[in-house]
Design a protein around this ligand. Structure first.
Ligand code: GLY
Length: 582
């Protein structure tokens, strides 16, 4: 089955079931001001789940442009993308679990549609581990009745309770279908409205919100495909890059990063986002610049415009805005390329001068200044140095980086990933506030991990974007569902207690003697700031850390804390992703 056929089959299947086709909405969400970009098909329909009558009727089908920055570091693997298309069918108080799951199963397994062998599939449903909710036994029973489905598992809220997007909104238990262990289909049963503080109230008319990544489903039904990039959705783009990079291997990671990032850039530009130093514009700038660096690595920068034109042609039929804005897309992308290449060229000259002067090791602060001034990423500087048998003082680089973050207080670079690309980005007040609340949430998370997993836990690093917290820590195994829930509950309880966050300056030895958590690798100045989170009425201290801040004054400002993912980061290091109420 190819890309076009999959789209057509999905739309006509649900249309035959009485669903109205609704075009994709913009990548800038209209009903979710707290979210930078559209992350799910249901966003444009949020009001219809809570009683506002839908102008399209009570059941609709769509293919929605979506963007998830949280996965940006995963790009290059087999299953993640920044920009993707989400297939969706929705019921606003119309049908519910029985019809949704039976029709989904028919579409997924019937030879007339996807025709996926049930032996490749397993399903998960919600086990009821979140307070004030119960296990989704209704879905369990329906799943157990589906012909050929032999593996049905129960999972906790971290995996099987979905939503809300943004500050607040519809949410509920969900059923996920996995093919060859990759999630391809998510049926969310919106039974609750989640308030800003995380409290759940039942919805008067429960609804259905299904989301499935088109590219993942296409991979599942393309027999020779082992990754998203092996499908005909990506083939012309990969081909266009290869034309300009002869000799590049099939599995070259750069090929994947360029395809993902330029595809995302084209769609962002098509929705009138322009490269800039803030918010959506910053995401776009970062994608374009990273793609250009990888094109440069392959010696293929000359193909930049042709690759973009290929993407516009590939998707223009389904997203006419791309054809309409073709000229603007190409102009703005080329402008950003020229700006970036000029800065990089200046940086390279500076780097050459530096490498010429130094002995065998480049000072970390000097290497970092190449990043902060010219946007030269560390990898780039490292490679150049290695070519001349020189190296970079990496601990000093990290220290310079940390210092820079402290100076820019809200941690601008950290917003979009440690050794990112652009620098000097301007952050809006709202973004700064989110990041500040996340800083404090991170301290609570750290304390909770030590409490429930023991002293083996040592913080490895953290990275905050306005969308999510990422926290790395040493630990020898994956966390169990119960442990994740315990940690989440403990943090939420500390948020509810509205604990005081106190900042003090004191000599480092006093701080360490009091047991303040620190990065053992880091060199600290003689006088440090220590943040203590404690209960003002009982005096109980829940966290004490050395930290540059900034932090909020009371934990209640954080809003609901939610762990979205826990996975391995590298040997002996786990990585948690989490969100807070926005
Ligand atoms: N709205 C369902 C999903 O994003 O998976």
């Amino acid at each position: 089955m190819d890309y076009r056929e999959l789209r057509q089959k999905f739309i006509s299947f649900w249309q035959e079931q009485g669903h109205a086709l609704v075009p994709s909405s913009s990548l800038i969400p209209q009903h979710d001001a707290s979210v930078l970009l559209t992350t799910a098909g249901m966003q444009q329909f949020k009001p219809y789940f809570t009683g506002t009558p839908s102008p399209y009727g009570a059941s609709v089908v769509s293919i929605q442009k979506c963007f998830r920055t949280a996965d940006i570091d995963e790009i290059g693997d087999d299953t993640h993308l920044t920009f993707f298309e989400m297939l969706g069918h929705f019921s606003f108080g119309d049908y519910f679990k029985d019809k949704a799951l039976k029709l989904a199963w028919q579409f997924i397994t019937s030879p007339d549609y996807l025709g996926i062998d049930p032996k490749r599939i397993y399903a998960s449903y919600y086990n009821g581990d979140r307070p004030n909710t119960t296990a989704d036994d209704v879905s369990k029973q329906i799943l157990e009745s589906l012909p050929g489905l032999t593996k049905v598992v129960a999972r906790g809220a971290v995996d099987n309770f979905w939503g809300p997007t943004g500050d607040e909104g519809p949410c509920g238990p969900n059923v996920e279908f996995y093919v060859d262990d990759v999630e391809i289909w998510n049926e969310v049963f919106n039974e609750f409205y989640c308030q800003v503080d995380g409290a759940l109230t039942p919805l008067s008319t429960p609804g259905v919100d299904m989301g499935g990544g088109l590219e993942r489903i296409l991979t599942a039904v393309t027999p020779e495909a082992t990754s998203l990039y092996d499908t005909d959705a990506f083939a012309p783009i990969i081909e266009a890059i290869k034309q300009h990079a002869p000799g590049v291997g099939e599995n070259e990671r750069s090929l994947r990063i360029i395809s993902d990032h330029l595809r995302g850039s084209v769609f962002l530009l098509g929705d009138h986002i322009q490269p800039s130093n803030k918010e959506q514009g910053y995401i776009l700038r970062r994608l374009l610049r990273r793609a250009i660096l990888h094109l440069d690595k392959l010696g293929a920068v000359a193909g930049f415009e042709e690759i973009i034109t290929t993407i516009i042609n590939q998707y223009g039929e389904f997203y006419p805005e791309l054809l309409k804005e073709q000229k603007m897309i190409l102009q703005l992308a080329a402008l950003e390329r020229d700006k970036f290449l000029k800065t990089i060229a200046d940086g390279q000259k500076e780097l050459a001068k530096i490498l010429n002067k130094v002995g065998s090791v480049v000072d970390g602060e000097v290497a970092f200044s190449l990043f902060s001034t010219y946007g030269l990423p560390l990898d780039f500087v490292k490679e150049e140095a290695q070519r001349l048998n020189k190296s970079i003082d990496l601990p000093a680089y990290d220290q310079a980086f940390a210092k820079h973050q402290e100076v820019s207080r809200a941690g601008v670079e950290s917003k979009f990933g440690g050794h990112g690309l652009a620098s000097g980005a301007v952050v809006s007040e709202a973004d700064k506030q989110i990041i500040t609340r996340m800083h404090t949430a991170t301290h609570l998370l750290h304390a909770a991990l030590i409490k429930f997993l023991g002293p083996e836990v040592k913080q490895g690093g953290s990275d905050l974007t306005t969308e999510r917290i990422r926290f790395d820590f040493t630990f020898s195994r994956g966390m169990t569902t119960e442990e994740k829930q315990q940690v989440e509950d403990w943090v939420n309880a500390r948020i509810k207690q509205n604990l005081k966050v106190l900042r003090e300056e004191k000599p480092i030895k006093d701080a360490l003697a009091e047991g303040a958590l620190s990065f053992f690798k880091e060199k600290y100045p003689d006088i440090v700031s220590v943040y203590t989170i404690y209960n003002e009425s009982t005096g109980e201290v829940v966290s004490k850390e050395l930290c540059g801040g900034p932090h909020i004054e009371h934990t209640g400002e954080i809003g609901a804390f939610h762990i979205t993912k826990e996975q391995s980061s590298s040997a002996g290091v786990r990585r948690i992703r989490a969100t807070i109420g926005k």
